[in-house]
Ligand binder design. Sequence first.
Ligand code: FES
Length: 157
Amino acid sequence: MFTEEELQQVEEIKSHYPTNLSAVMGALHLYQDKYGYVSDEGISYVAKLLEIPEEHVLGVVSFYEMFHQHPTGKYKLQVCTNVSCMLCNSDMVLRSIKEKIGIGIGEMTEDGLFSVHEVECLGSCGTAPVISVNKLYHDKLTPEKINELIDTLKAQG
Ligand code: FES
């Protein structure tokens, strides 16, 4: 599942912690970056790799919204709907996305290009409303900016 190079990265992650339990987030990020989500198979794999209980890995994956247990779009539109973003019209963000690509929270476009996810505070409240697309933030959103962003991502394919 991991290449030699990726296994070395796991060793590097492990070296920062006193126990393998603490290396689980890093290993899961590595897995999700490669496969797009953490499947049941991925949970077993990471557990075996770190020699820790599968239940621990499952607990982490299901607790943190940054990890996905189902396939996601190539572009993950993570829409913050926490207080600052809500007050700055995160509803408009969701509405604009829905109008543009026809999907809402928890859905994926048929071509697999986009999926929409609701997330808690992204830590950029001063520039609300905010979304994160594959870890890159887009802030002070307007319907026009959302249209442009989606057009740009579609053009990148
Ligand atoms: S509430 Fe949206 S970034 Fe903080």
